[in-house]
Design a protein around this ligand. Structure first.
Ligand code: GLV
Ligand code: MN
Ligand code: MN
Length: 417
């Protein structure tokens, strides 16, 4: 049993947390100060290997499951208790930063290091997890490892997913040696995830801790527009079947859909692949992605209807074909109120300024919340910028979020039967 005094007095080491984060930022560092470390690439392997060497030093038991999630377990005094888990992801966007994902993993590592330093044994075991492919950039969908862990995504289907070069998740896992043996998924008593906010609210309000009450839902689509490639000089303007022109009209419309709907909805076209991409051929085929986000399921359904109508309109029957495939459908997800209270109380007791906040980003905590109690802790990031090489955060905010994580985990590890 951890004493009340230990929970009250123990604090993390900000410099050690920062230096571990900066070590990981070297793996896939870009010239503009960011990180490119796509899921299941060799760089992802190097980051995972570094993580393993750190948790081995702490004496953790390590397991790797068949979708490549790594779980490092710090045993508790009472093996009958369910683990209190924390973690996040080490993969990044192509022009990603040093903080998205890495912070949650390094905050969890710093919690375990602090407890080891102080010789604190919790009643419940603690687990630190690195989820596979949270970003959904190289392999879609997003939050793959936690989706499989919680039974929301099928392992077999996910192992077959391919990147744009036709490499499957299964073969990428094997290529980096992270095709583990354990079956994904085990009961978890409480899951906490620390993350930078990735938006401007906390910074604008001058507040250190976001007590996250839930996350928006998202729907992702792959759209193929088929026209006809033909000569740019000889094909009259009124008889062209220009797939890029139709895709561009759709892009404008997608932007309008969230603007018109309001209510904190978002709509984005983030990827376009144009065929044959030659300046004097009319584009015959375009692959584009659309994603919608919003706090309510009915908003997402209405946005999808608008998307279908727009595709019908721009297909100009007989001229162009649109095929629409929904590739992710994640419902809006509230976090577990008693655990949200644990986070709020921890921030309060530590005298950090705090406010409730809703996440517009996807996080592994969202899938964890569908399967059991989960909550999140946000800290501010500079200019609200994320998914950008210039992503930045202050050491003292990262420290505050990690102290809140430490205290929340200690509370949960003592409370849970
Ligand atoms: C996660 O990176 C997201 O796109 O929300
Ligand atoms: Mn993230
Ligand atoms: Mn991200």
């Amino acid at each position: 049993m951890v004493s009340r005094a230990a929970i009250t007095n123990v604090r993390v080491q900000a410099d050690r947390l920062w230096s571990s984060m900066m070590r990981l930022a070297e793996i896939g560092a870009t010239a503009r100060g960011g990180v490119c470390r796509l899921a299941l690439t060799d760089l992802d392997r190097v980051a995972r290997d570094q993580f393993l060497s750190w948790v081995r030093e702490l004496g953790c038991e390590i397991s790797i499951d068949t979708i490549g999630n790594i779980v490092a377990r710090r045993p508790g005094a009472d093996p009958a208790r369910l683990p209190v888990m924390t973690g996040s992801h080490l993969d990044t966007q192509p022009t990603g930063g040093k903080f998205d994902g890495v912070y949650g993993v390094m905050a969890g590592l710093e919690v375990m290091r602090t407890l080891n330093d102080k010789g604190i044994r919790t009643a419940a075991p603690l687990e630190l997890v690195v989820w596979t492919n949270e970003e959904g950039t190289r392999f879609s969908p997003i939050m793959m490892g936690s989706g499989v862990f919680t039974g929301q995504l099928s392992l077999d289907d996910m192992l077959k997913k391919q990147d744009r070069d036709g490499v499957s998740v299964q073969s990428a896992l094997a290529a980096i040696g992270y095709d583990g043996k354990r079956n994904p998924g085990h009961p978890v008593g409480a899951y906490f995830e620390a993350h930078i906010e990735q938006g401007p609210i906390l910074e604008n309000e001058g507040i250190s801790i976001g007590v996250v009450t839930g996350a928006m839902g998202q729907r992702w689509y792959d759209i193929e527009v088929i026209g006809l490639e033909s000569h740019a000089g000889t094909t009259p303007m009124d008889s062209r079947r220009d797939a890029l022109l139709a895709a561009s009209r759709l892009t404008v419309r997608v932007n309008e859909i969230a603007l018109e709907k309001g209510g904190n909805t978002r709509s984005t076209v983030g990827y376009m692949d144009v065929h044959p991409n030659s300046r004097n051929s009319i584009p015959g085929r375009v692959h584009l992605t659309v994603e919608f986000r919003g706090p309510e399921e009915n908003m997402l359904a209405a946005m999808e209807q608008e998307l279908n109508q727009a595709c019908d309109r721009y297909s100009e029957p007989g001229k162009l074909d649109f095929s629409i495939r929904r590739v992710a459908d994640i419902k809006p997800q509230p976090f577990f109120p008693p655990l949200v209270d644990v986070v709020r109380n921890a921030a309060q007791e530590l005298s950090y300024t705090h406010m409730e906040i809703l996440s517009g980003a996807g996080h592994d905590a969202v899938y964890m919340a569908k399967a059991g109690p989960a909550a999140m802790i946000f800290v501010p990031c500079k200019d609200g910028l994320s998914h950008n090489e210039l992503e930045d955060a202050k050491k003292e905010d990262l420290e505050a979020g990690t102290n809140v994580l430490l205290r929340s985990m200690l509370c949960a590890a003592e409370m849970l039967e």
